[in-house]
Design a protein. Sequence first.
Length: 146
Amino acid sequence: AKYLVEVCCVDVAVRDYKDNTVLHDIPFESRHEVVQYVARIPNIDTNTTNRDDENPLHAIYSLHEDHPALRLLDSGRYDVNAQDRDGNTLLHRVCGEASEGDSSGYKTLLQVYDADFTIKNNEGKTALECIRYHITESYTFEPFAT
């Protein structure tokens, strides 16, 4: 990636027919250093949206739906609270995919990346209201517990 950008002068801001940039479609199986390098290129907009109003972080999470995708936030250039065309933030998506007992994704977003859990989507729901599993008496939802 570094060779293509620095030596061959490949324009990383070029968009495909779906209006995606290289960051929307970057293969997440790539080495973490490559993903971080591309995210740090000065002229790339990490919060640009495609035709679905997804920023690269939304798009990558949609493709992979795993918590390692959250590592992209480490570059400090992504807006963790950016909303897609449905008004969903990354926290809405992570909470919507959470299974019972699996709180690592949304806890990371809340505690490490300071995601705003009060943002409402176009249906008027906060991310916490999008959690698909039922809270039982044996499981208490405590987003700030360690």
